[in-house]
Each structure stands twice: as C-alpha cells, then as structure tokens.
Design a protein around this ligand. Structure first.
Ligand code: NAD
Length: 479
C-alpha cells in the first residue's frame, strides 16, 4: 500500500475546488450587505477570535507539537499570547483607528469639509505559512476583521494538524457569512488566486510570492507579501558576547530555526568569532543541559517540519566549506537536527546562498563594520538586520544598508512590538502589518469632500469659485 501523506495522517480535508468560486461569491455578497461595516460587529468577531484561541489553547499546542515537535511554552508564548494581545489591542483601539480624519486643507478649501473615511477594502484573501500556524496565519485576519472586510484564510497544508484544527474551530466561533477557512494545496490555492479579491495577504517564500503578485495583477488587486531572506547578525568586540550568544542562539533555535526573522548568519571579526563560539557552546549547555540528555533528548527543542527540509539542511551542512564547531547531531526518523554552528564560512559557500530556515548558524568573518556593510549590500535586502555592535558601528550599519527591520541588541522581538510595522523590503517582501498597520492594510482611505452647493453657502462658494468657468481671461489666473 502507498505511504500516507502527512495531510492524510493528520486527517486534513481539502475544500472542493468547485466550491471555491461560490465561497468567494458568498463573501462578496455578505460584504455588500454592510454587515461588517458596524464597529460593534467587528469587535464581536475579534472577541470571538480571541475566545477561539484561548478556549482551545491545549488543542493548538498539541496540533503544533504534531506539526513541528514544538514545546508548549514556545507555542503559548509565540502564538496564543502574542496573537491574543494583538486582538485585544485592536478591540481597544478600533474606534480611534476607524474614526474619519479631518485634515486641515488650507484656507482655499476650508469650507469644503475635507475628510478621510476609513473604509474596508472588501473581500480579502490571507494565505498563510506553516512555520507559525497561528501568529502568521490568524494574525493578518485581525487587521482584516478590524477593518470590516470579509475574508478567506487559507492555512498552509505543510502544517496539516494546525490547518485541520483551524478549519474545525473556525465555524464554532466565527460568523461563516463573513470569514471562512479554506484548506488545500496548490490546486486549491490556484483556484483561490483566480477569484477576485480586494487584497491578498501572502506569507511565505518569494517564488510563490511572485505567483501571487502575478495572479493579483489580473484584478489590479493590492497585495502584501511577507517573505523571508537571510537576516544577518553583526557582532563586534564592544558586545557582551555572552548576552549576544544567548540571544542569537535563542533566535536560531526557537521553532528549530524555522522563523522568517531568525538570525540567518553572523558577521564578525576573527577575534570575535572565537569568543562567540565559546559563548554559544556555553549557552547551548545552559538551554539543554547534558544532565537531561542535551538538546537531542530535550522536550524544549522542536523538530524540522518534514523530511524534505531535514534532508535539505543536512546537505547544506555536508557541503559547507566552513568548520562545524558546534552541534551536528541529527536523527532522520524524528527529523531532529541540533543547533549547528559553522565557523569561517567562505562568502560564496552554498550555505550563504538561500535562506537557511533551520538551526544552522554560519559565521562569516569580516574585517570591520564597513566590510559588513559592503557584504550586506552585495546581497538581497534582508527581512531583519541585527546588531550587537557599539552605538557607532550600529549607526554605520543601519545607515549604510537596507532591511525590513533593524534591531540593536536583540533578535526577533520586534515582531512582538505592535506599534512597529512588520514587513520586508525588496526581495524580503512589501507592505507591512501589526497593530494599526494591519487595520490600515485592509482599509481604503476614502477621500471625501462636502462642498456647499445649496442655500446661501452654496451661493457664496459658487461666487468664490466662479473664476474656474470659461470663457477664461488672464484675470482668472490672478485671482
Ligand atoms: P508554504 O509552503 O506553506 O507556502 C505558503 C502558502 O503558499 C501556502 O498556503 C501554500 O499552500 C501556498 N502555495 C505553495 N505553493 C504554491 C503555488 N505554487 N501556487 C500557489 N500557492 C502556493 O510556506 P513556505 O513558503 O515554505 O514558508 C516559508 C517561507 O515563508 C520562508 O521563506 C519564511 O521566511 C517565510 N515567512 C515569512 C514570514 C513573514 O512574516 N515575513 C513569516 C513566516 C514565514
């Protein structure tokens, strides 16, 4: 008998392709009823979303454990808590965000009542990635619901246990007339992309990102592309190397390195490299003590998503021209791969080509901060740039390069700061979200005027504006 796919094992049921057009049509119709225009309705749906996450925390943790072997703490902390905080923030701020703005337009337009209405774009599609099945899949929906859109969430089939759970829970909490979960793989996603949407929010890799953007172009549909890339971490001699090592190792091992903003590689001088490697080893011994079997036996360390990615990462380690100075332990059957540090990695090494997206940390040595700047600028703009350098070096690094985000002294944590836009630049994506930024992403800023045209005011304004009508005289311009 044929081997079962992970989707079959998880019991993930795909939607019928034939139904997808109808789902889209239903959501478009529901949008036009005006149901989602009410702020009370939106707040209620946001509350329901937070109840869904919190009532089912154990089921979520279990689904992610099955998909990614992830520890309970990591799932609760990085998915349920973070997403719930964002939902509560949206509920509290919605009145303010949705309020019509009345910009001062100058004396010439003072009587025209210029205003910017925050209106929902319409019916939107959210395509999620497998690595954080709640925060990067459900997360964008917060903005869509807050803005008053109707929406489809298409979870990644690569994390099938989470995708199945979302499909089961969603209709129990959310209004199926206005938001739906649709499951499937490439054919179903293609059918979704062939429908008309008013925004597509895609999280994943750049190859599919380009497919999404092309499909969206047919409808002139705006898109947000949350992609990945190789995010560097710069470390210099001014750093507290022990703290830098703890934070970098945490960022590289959380979710087994399968984090879009994980530090992909380190840039430092030869002298710093030596100290950093020692401190990375010490940090690893603290995180996963030998007395409890080390990282290999630890319940606090996740697994690689599937055998394909596990093999890709091991080939990468096998083919490197650098020195493996830490880790390398692996087990194919459980898809375990220990955090692996590779020192003295040549700049053109295979490991330095694509995004690693796993627990492998190459160190590339540089002469100084300018050398680091030149190296970063010779490559695609990363999603994040981290610096454990002196203030001066960090300034040089941030001023001299481009990246989605730039963080001094830590890694990953900017994702949690709701007041900051989260997104890439260049090949790491475009558009951003989180906090008010999510609301804005799914809103249209509708320009409105209320020009006096009746009664006495209408007559006064008509007189003031009369110079615009032909026949023209040069005097018109002088007025
Ligand atoms: P993935 O394979 O789960 O793909 C994402 C979505 O695209 C899924 O819903 C999938 O069904 C769909 N898809 C896949 N192939 C398709 C095709 N040919 N046509 C249409 N749709 C298709 O996820 P992935 O790309 O492996 O995710 C990992 C990448 O995502 C990494 O590069 C990572 O950095 C990036 N990522 C970015 C962020 C961010 O917020 N910027 C967050 C998480 C992950």
């Amino acid at each position: 008998s044929q081997e079962q796919t992970p989707q079959q094992i998880a019991g993930l049921v795909y939607n019928d392709i034939e139904d997808i057009k109808e789902i889209n049509a239903g959501l478009r119709k529901a949008f036009l009823t005006g149901k989602t225009r009410s702020l009370e309705y939106r707040k209620n749906q946001l509350k329901q979303l937070s109840f869904m996450l919190n009532d089912n925390q154990d089921a979520i943790v279990e689904a992610i454990r099955k998909d990614l072997g992830r520890a309970r703490f990591e799932s609760v902390f990085a998915e349920v808590m973070g997403t719930t905080t964002e939902i509560i923030d949206a509920i509290h701020n919605l009145d303010k965000w949705a309020k019509t703005e009345k910009p001062w337009s100058g004396m010439a337009w003072a009587m025209h009542g210029a205003a910017v209405r925050k209106e929902p774009k319409g019916t939107v599609l959210v395509l999620g990635a497998w690595n954080y099945p709640i925060s990067v899949q459900v997360g964008p929906l917060i903005g869509a619901i807050a803005a008053g859109c109707t929406a489809v969430l298409k979870p990644s089939e690569v994390s099938p246990n989470s995708a199945r759970l979302l499909a089961e829970l969603w209709p129990k909490y959310m209004d199926p007339e206005t938001t739906r979960v649709v499951n499937g793989a490439i054919p179903e996603t293609t059918a979704l992309l062939d429908c008309r949407w008013e925004h597509i929010f895609y999280t994943g890799n750049g190859t599919v990102g380009r497919i999404v953007a092309e499909k969206a172009a047919k409808w002139l549909c705006p898109t947000t592309l949350e992609l990945g890339g190789k995010s560097p971490a710069f470390v210099d001699e001014s750093a507290n190397i022990s703290i830098a090592a703890h934070r970098i190792l945490w960022g590289k091992s959380l979710n087994c390195g399968q984090t879009c903003i994980a530090p992909d590689y380190v840039l430092c001088t030869k002298a710093v490299q030596e100290k950093l490697v020692e401190e990375l080893k010490k940090a690893a011994a603290e995180f996963w003590p030998e007395s409890k079997g080390g990282v290999v036996k630890s319940d606090d360390y996740g697994r690689i998503i599937n055998h394909g990615h596990w093999k890709r990462l091991n080939q990468m380690i096998g083919g490197t021209g650098g020195r493996i100075v830490m880790g390398g332990e692996k087990d194919e059957s459980s898809k375990m791969l220990a955090p692996t540090v590779v020192a003295d990695v040549p700049r053109d090494d295979a490991i330095m080509q694509g995004e690693i997206f796993g627990p492998v940390l190459p160190i590339v040595t540089v002469r100084d901060v300018q050398d680091a700047v030149d190296f970063i600028n010779s490559r695609d703009q990363p999603l994040a740039l981290y610096s454990f350098g002196s203030s001066k070096a960090t300034q040089e690094l941030f001023d001299g390069t481009r990246s989605g985000a730039a963080v001094q002294g830590d890694v990953l944590v900017h994702f949690a700061v709701g007041s900051l836009p989260f997104g890439g630049t260049g090949p790491s994506g475009y558009g951003s979200y989180h906090g008010k930024g999510s609301f804005d992403t799914f809103s249209h800023q509708r320009a409105t005027l209320n020009a006096p045209h009746t009664g006495i005011m209408g007559k006064i304004v008509e007189k003031l504006m009369a110079a615009r009508y032909p026949p023209y005289t040069n005097a018109n311009l002088a007025q």
